[in-house]
Design a protein around this ligand. Structure first.
Ligand code: ACO
Length: 332
């Protein structure tokens, strides 16, 4: 179904699923040497959701995907492509998208995953956008993470940040029914910083072994201060580039949905861009950093809140391991 025309791309359905189990800062106080006050002051996080043992990224993703399909009134059988962004796939292969395809009954869909860490959802959105532009219809774009399965709950500098969750968006050709439109997407990366943030073991470089487990290399590691600075620098850069190439001005945007990694990163980025802080979407307090899932969860919340009106401009921006960054202009 691919053609020569370039179709406009709409987000016709959204869904989000957060597992019910809550891990509060007070709970973490009993696990590592930290305090609720320190975590709130340095990150803005009060609690995060975590999965029960045995629940995988495809379980959260399937729930969010079914909600997005219901929202758009589209049957799973009509989905043509499933793209899931995740750094916590069910297994190294097959892809999490294949498990989702089976779980939701999307029997006619192609399925693959995208890996660009916390910037990954907008990478996946960009791929989906281009497939719909080219003629495909009903493309599910998902961000899903079970980060609690790769967090070291003995390391106070990382375990306070991350949470689990999933968000999904159905992309279709614009049909004039007032759904948000994906106007543009912008992607960037810099592999020279590959070692500042990631999970060192479990791949081909350091295969899982009793030594890698003993050295705790299968958990998320990062150099916090460096990541913090690089996040602000690169978010600012990608946001400026995306806004400049859109033909709009910064003041034309009603809302900025930045990856929820740390409220201080969001606050400092908004300051550098000279944007009033009130225009930044924030839900980090409830869910922490859910990596790929944070942007689609936010979009679903914003849609349900009814805070935006048709025609409002929204800027999405994210930053993550790789390093990677990404941004997108949405007309609500
Ligand atoms: N509780 C109490 N003290 C702590 C904790 C904690 N949970 N964690 C670290 N500390 C201590 C440190 O040991 C250090 O003590 P010292 O001065 O005696 O050595 C002190 O607090 C300050 O540590 P810093 O790391 O300098 O603290 P900082 O203000 O930079 O905050 C944080 C740490 C929150 C991790 C911050 O650097 C950050 O948010 N970085 C970005 C990390 C991130 O978001 N990574 C993932 C984003 S990318 C993505 O989403 C994949």
């Amino acid at each position: 179904m691919m053609g020569n025309r370039s179709y406009r791309v709409a987000m016709t359905g959204t869904g989000a699923y957060l597992p019910p189990k809550i891990l509060t800062n007070k709970d973490l106080e009993k696990m590592v040497d930290t305090t609720d006050e320190w975590i709130v002051k340095r990150t803005g996080i009060k609690e995060r959701r975590i999965v029960e043992s045995g629940v995988a990224a495809s379980d959260l993703a399937s729930k969010a995907a079914l909600m997005a399909l219901k929202d758009a009134r589209v049957s799973p059988k009509d989905v043509q492509l499933i793209i899931t962004s995740t750094i916590t796939p069910d297994s190294l292969f097959p892809s999490t998208s294949c498990y989702v395809q089976q779980k939701i009954g999307a029997t006619d869909a192609g399925a693959f995953d995208v890996l660009a860490a916390c910037a990954g959802f907008i990478y996946a959105l960009s791929i989906g956008q281009n497939y719909v532009r080219a003629g495909l219809d009903n493309v599910l774009v998902i961000g899903s993470e079970c980060l609690s399965t790769v967090v070291d709950y003995e390391d106070r500098s990382t375990c306070i940040l991350f949470g689990d969750g999933a968000g999904a968006i159905l992309l279709q050709r614009m049909n004039g029914k007032g759904s948000p439109e994906v106007l543009s997407t912008f992607l960037g990366a810099d592999g020279k910083y590959a070692d500042v943030l990631g999970i060192p073991a479990g791949g081909s470089k350091i295969p899982s072994s009793s030594k890698s487990i003993k050295d705790r290399l299968h958990y998320i590691k990062f150099r916090g201060r460096e990541v913090f600075k690089l996040a602000i620098q690169n978010l600012t850069k990608v946001m400026k580039k995306t806004i400049d190439s859109s033909g709009y001005k910064v003041d034309d945007f009603s809302m900025f949905i930045l990856h929820q990694s740390n409220f201080r990163i969001i606050e400092a980025t908004m300051e550098r861009m000279n944007i009033p802080k009130e225009k930044a979407f924030l839900n980090i307090e409830k869910y922490g950093n859910t990596s790929s899932a944070s942007i689609p969860i936010a979009i679903d919340e914003v849609k349900k809140s009814g805070k935006l009106k048709s025609g409002d401009l929204v800027l999405l921006a994210a930053f993550g391991g790789g390093l990677t960054w990404s941004s997108s202009v949405i007309r609500w």
